[in-house]
Ligand binder design. Structure first.
Ligand code: MGD
Ligand code: MGD
Ligand code: MO
Length: 747
């Protein structure tokens, strides 16, 4: 009989117990301290031992034989011994670097990879590329790229800092908020996940407490399920939130409910915005009767909500999804303006907050404790593209583009190195990406699995999963610390990203720069020792590494007590002494700086700007708005290989309103074709009155199928989405901008 042992490990979707027998993970169970554990880890053992693991270093036949670029995704791969494959890859990197320079190497390599402080694939690839002279990097994330550009203009603070350090925690919201207005909802399915780890899943349980206390919670979103049960649902048409927010603002202003004292003291530019709001500048008052047909919410409901917001302690929350669409800058900026008009910014439980529920860590009320960052060294190449503009970059080398007040050319990329992300899952308009993907001479990918991206690379190095290596689990948004034990030996011939990059760096004469003479154990020891000192400096005692190994995990005493840590509180007390980082030191309702950019797609104050594809531009060919939210059963495309094996699981489920289903003779369970001019995929119908009429929802996460099929078999919505920047200012991901048609796929 094999010996069974059980250990706890941590991941982006939380901590869980793992049973190990010999060389295999056999089962997972919830972690004892988690009040509301996620089911996501149930798929881990099947995925780790799945037939789709990359077994050995693999090189595409056509590339190996005569460096062809065609054949990505169709050519067979040749397996090679590690030394030979590393030699070939190092020679190719050297060739590109010596011929075209480091600015011909794209290492943006976006993606979540897996948790663990040291074996973080993105940090590893960036450090490696820096050690050999640098690479073209990327700015921002697919999650919040647009907000990361616009919000510093409005609040004068880095957006991620705003999110993670200056928003009210759940206890403050519970104690003070009377009205919670959730644009895009607060979705417990998304709060299962938090980058780097989330141990006590608490987002959903707070809503039970809000209900018990009588907090009024309204979910303004296309799906009822975007917020916990018990919340009011105000169905809206996607991309119309700015119009709704403007109408709420109009009611405040026309009914004398605006807090002008707040506007005078803490903001700048209301006088420039007001004529637009009231219709003096364009003859179009942004009143509820104007907004109702745009957003699909009755004018009287808008009035009632505005009055309630003015008369109670109100927190406006905005999901990240609202800025992942064309003109995503506008609802974000307008939500801030609406909050200034209510005058509650800086009061506990009032104002505006971003990304509650988007990840489980937002709203956790913790004392800041950082540490354990693996240095990426510095990048001598200064070229940085907005992260979601990768296909444009590949398609248009040398062409100028605008970004947040700057203008410059895209670099000419000859080599792509990707580790820890899956662009053939995450990018919009995959068929167009696939065309752009043919341009570089060489594509190298480190991946544990044969994902669509690995299949479309020239050189694939098999990477270990977190269960095959030792690491430390810790996130500044969580109050636990984990030793993540090596549970099994590497599957196949997989190596850690660190070992792969050590092998390449040595061959490229940068071994010492990359590794500093340390192996993985030495790095983990050094990072942990540094963290231990940092914690001690804050009066928090953690055991030494051997002690942590023995304990496996510990809870850190870093829950914050008392009022929020928001910088808006001191700003509210004394705006002269604590000015914001904007040019005016105040919240900018009108921004001279943005106005100076001269962008018609993002002018000097928030405006209603319809996107190119939404229900207002629906056509007979593409009459339905597609939203593509995050999947509830996994993290993006991770673990998909195991989930897709479950009976009936694929193609993915598409939510459709009963009226839209009836018009197409669709019933729940029917196999569907979802299509537009950009592409097509299959899906399985779920008919539900929990979605706004005219809208369909198909989550991300299905792997992209084979390129010779013109219909993606498993239901990847990114064959349908539009690949366009949010605006010249933000250039963020526009995943939620897409019109489609749906039809039954029988006969
Ligand atoms: N239509 C649409 N598209 C979207 C979105 C949307 O809302 N709608 N959302 C966007 C957003 S917000 C995001 S964040 C992206 C997410 O997109 P990604 O972050 O690219 O998605 P993941 O599936 O998490 O990709 C991580 C990859 O890293 C691999 N990996 C895991 N561990 C390791 C490791 O240790 N080493 C190496 N080398 N690899 C590892 C995994 O196998 C996986 O293939 O998707 C974006 N795309
Ligand atoms: N289980 C799980 N959780 C995750 C992830 C995952 O892959 N799996 N991914 C994580 C990541 S990387 C991110 S970035 C976050 C994303 O967090 P969010 O961006 O907040 O989440 P989404 O699921 O993309 O969208 C939430 C809802 O917004 C609604 N919506 C779409 N467009 C609009 C609009 O124009 N107006 C309004 N009012 N609503 C709209 C849709 O109905 C959708 O269901 O989730 C994180 N959490
Ligand atoms: Mo994201």
């Amino acid at each position: 009989m094999t010996n069974r042992q059980t250990k706890v490990t941590s991941s982006h979707w939380g901590a869980f117990e793992v049973d190990v027998e010999g060389d295999r993970l056999v089962a997972t169970r919830p972690f004892s301290e988690d009040p509301n554990p996620s089911d996501i880890p149930l798929a881990v053992p099947a995925a780790v031992h799945h037939r789709s693991r990359v077994a050995r270093p693999s090189i595409r036949r056509g590339w190996l034989d005569n460096r062809t670029r065609t054949g990505r995704g169709t050519d067979p791969f040749v397996e090679l011994p590690w030394d030979e494959a590393l030699d070939i890859a190092a020679q190719e990197i050297a060739r590109i670097r010596d011929t075209h320079g480091n600015a011909a190497i794209f290492g943006g390599s976006y993606g979540w990879s897996s948790a663990g402080r040291f074996h973080h694939a993105q940090s590893q690839v960036h450090r490696f590329l820096n050690s050999i002279g640098g690479y073209v990097a990327s700015f921002g994330s697919y999650s919040t790229g647009c907000a990361q550009s616009i919000m510093p203009h409005v609040f004068g603070v880095n957006f991620l800092q705003l999110l993670y350090e200056h928003q009210d925690g759940w206890p403050v919201i519970h104690d003070h908020t009377e009205t919670l207005v959730m644009f895009g909802g607060i979705n417990p399915k998304n709060a299962q996940v938090s980058m780097g780890g989330i141990t006590e899943h608490e987002t959903e349980t707070w809503f039970d407490r809000f209900a018990a206390k009588g907090t009024y919670c309204v979910n303004i979103a296309p799906q009822r399920g975007d917020a916990p049960e018990g919340c009011d649902w105000m169905p809206v048409r996607p991309a119309s939130d700015t119009a709704l927010m403007l109408a709420l603002a109009f009611v405040l202003e026309s009914e004398g409910l605006t807090d002008h004292a707040f506007l005078d003291r803490y903001t700048t530019g209301f006088a420039r915005f007001r004529p637009y709001l009231m219709g003096k500048s364009d003859g179009l008052p942004k009143d509820p009767d104007w907004a109702a047909p745009i957003c699909g919410v009755a004018a009287d409901d808008i009035r009632t909500l505005a009055r309630r917001m003015a008369k109670t302690r109100t927190l406006i929350t905005v999901a990240w999804s609202l800025q992942r669409g064309e003109h995503g800058e506008q609802p974000y900026w307008m939500s801030a303006v609406l909050a200034t008009m209510l005058g509650q910014i800086g009061l506990p439980g009032g104002g505006v907050g971003y990304g509650y529920g988007a990840i489980g860590g937002v709203g956790k009320s913790l004392i800041g404790l950082r540490g354990m960052t693996f240095s990426q060294l510095s990048n001598p190449v200064k070229t940085v593209i907005p992260v979601a503009r990768i296909a444009d970059m590949l398609r248009h080398p040398g062409q100028d583009y605008d970004f947040n007040g700057k203008r410059g050319p895209y670099p000419d990329i000859r080599l792509i190195y990707w580790a820890g992300g899956n662009p053939y899952h995450h990018h919009q308009d995959l068929n167009a990406l696939h065309e752009a993907w043919q341009k570089p001479e060489t594509i190298i990918v480190n991946e544990p699995w044969w994902t669509a991206t690995a299949k479309r690379a020239d050189i694939v190095f098999p990477a270990t999963t977190p269960y095959e290596r030792e690491d430390i689990g810790r996130s500044p948004l969580d109050d636990y610390l984990f030793h993540m034990p090596r549970l099994i030996p590497p599957v196949g011939e997989a190596r850690d990203d660190y070992a792969i990059f050590c092998g390449l760096a040595e061959r490229l004469g940068a071994g010492e720069t990359f590794s500093e003479g340390r192996d993985a154990d030495a790095w983990i020891g050094a990072l942990y020792a540094e963290f231990r000192d940092l914690a001690a400096g804050q009066g928090i005692e953690v055991p030494d590494l051997d002690g942590l190994r023995a304990r496996n995990w510990m809870r850190l005493p870093i829950r914050a007590e008392g009022p929020n840590r928001s910088f808006f509180a001191p700003f509210r007390d004394d705006p002269e002494a604590f000015p914001l980082g904007t040019p005016s030191g105040r919240i900018e309702i009108f921004s001279e700086r943005i106005d100076g950019f001269g962008y018609d797609d993002c002018p000097g104050h928030p405006v209603w700007l319809p996107p190119s594809e939404w229900l207002g531009t629906a056509t007979p060919e593409a009459p339905l708005h597609l939203v593509s939210p995050q999947p509830g059963d996994k993290l993006h495309s991770q673990l998909e290989c195991a989930l897709a094996d479950l009976p009936g699981a694929r193609p993915a489920a598409l939510l459709i309103h009963p009226d839209d289903a009836l018009a197409r003779q669709i019933a729940s369970g029917d196999l569907l074709r979802v299509f537009n001019a950009r592409g097509a995929c299959r899906a399985r119908a779920v008919v539900s009155d929990g979605i706004t009429q005219g809208v369909v929802a198909l989550p991300t996460g299905a792997w992209f199928g084979d390129p010779d099929q013109n219909i993606d078999p498993d239901g990847n919505p990114n064959v349908l989405t539009k690949d366009v920047g949010t605006s010249r200012l933000g250039q963020g991901c526009s995943a939620h901008t897409a019109l489609v048609e749906v039809a039954r796929l029988d006969g």
